[in-house]
Design a protein around this ligand. Structure first.
Ligand code: SAM
Length: 263
């Protein structure tokens, strides 16, 4: 079977890396694992050793010849696009303690997949993903670094994100152009915000032109309202969004909201 580039099919060929991913996940028998894009099943086989129930979601029906060999009472494969899968209703068929999500993700839709999981409100306790190294750096970036951006603030609102092992492109066939990184997402207590969608739209606006100052991005009128709070917290008028942590974003968002000045 020829790997489909358009589906991000770079199959892992190193079982030791799979062992490390399974070790990072460490589910128990009573948990449920969703594996995204099981491919030919190299990781699925290792996950099965834990006797945890597994649901694999794979878009490519042609991989059935590999995956059907792994299916049993504890392991079910659904052939569907993960982005079109209603994860919430899929989970209604299962009783489990905690939900874990894992996958060597198709790189062309890494961020949409994670956003889809967050929006589906299924609250996984832990997720372990293989992603492009550069993407892992953006997800786990800290303020005042080049890689820190909207997506960092968004994902870190829900999870503690940690770069785990580096994986050279040599461990895949066909070999991709870039190296990869395993990254873990551990559920955390989410800071309550009345209107999360509106908050994240505001954060997006703050980052809209990364090189511009916050004042330029949100405009003079809004900036004049939050200027005081920024100055009190040690930021001058030239501050860029990349210097602000989530707490600061929440502070300025709430202030603008109070003054009814959110777009
Ligand atoms: N897990 C396998 C491995 O480690 O070798 C395959 C990983 S490969 C990088 C990504 C897998 O995701 C492929 O099997 C691909 O067919 C599947 N995939 C691509 N787009 C998908 C989508 N929208 N929904 C579900 N699976 C998808």
């Amino acid at each position: 079977m020829k790997a489909k580039k358009s589906l991000g099919q770079n199959f892992l060929n190193n079982k030791t890396i799979c062992d490390s991913i399974v070790f990072l996940l460490s589910p128990t028998k009573k948990d449920l694992i969703i594996e995204i894009g099981p491919g030919k099943g190299i990781l699925t086989k290792k996950l099965k050793k834990h006797n945890t129930r597994i649901v694999g979601i794979e878009i490519d029906k042609n991989l059935k010849e590999h995956l059907s060999l792994l299916e049993d009472d504890n392991c079910k494969i659904i052939y569907n696009d993960i982005l079109k899968t209603d994860i919430q209703s899929l989970l209604k068929d299962y009783k489990y303690n905690d939900l874990y999500i894992v996958g060597n993700l198709p790189y062309y839709i890494t961020t949409p997949i994670i956003e889809h999981i967050i929006k589906s409100k299924v609250n996984p306790i832990k997720m372990v993903f293989m992603v492009q190294k550069e993407v892992a750096e953006r997800f786990s970036a800290t303020p005042n670094t080049k890689k820190y951006g909207y997506i960092t603030v968004y994902l870190n609102h829900y999870f503690d994100i940690k770069k785990e092992l580096f994986v050279s492109k040599k461990n895949f066939s066909p070999k991709p152009k870039v190296d990869s990184q395993v990254i873990s997402f551990i559920r955390k207590e989410v800071k309550a915000i009345d209107n999360e969608q509106e908050f994240f739209e505001f954060v997006k606006e703050c980052f809209i032109h990364k090189r511009k100052t916050l004042k330029n991005n949100i405009g003079n009128r809004k900036f004049s309202i939050i200027k005081g709070v920024l100055n009190e917290n040690g930021f001058n008028d030239m501050v860029r969004a990349e210097s602000l942590n989530e707490e600061m974003f929440i502070k300025i968002y709430l202030l603008l909201k109070k003054k009814a000045d959110i777009s």
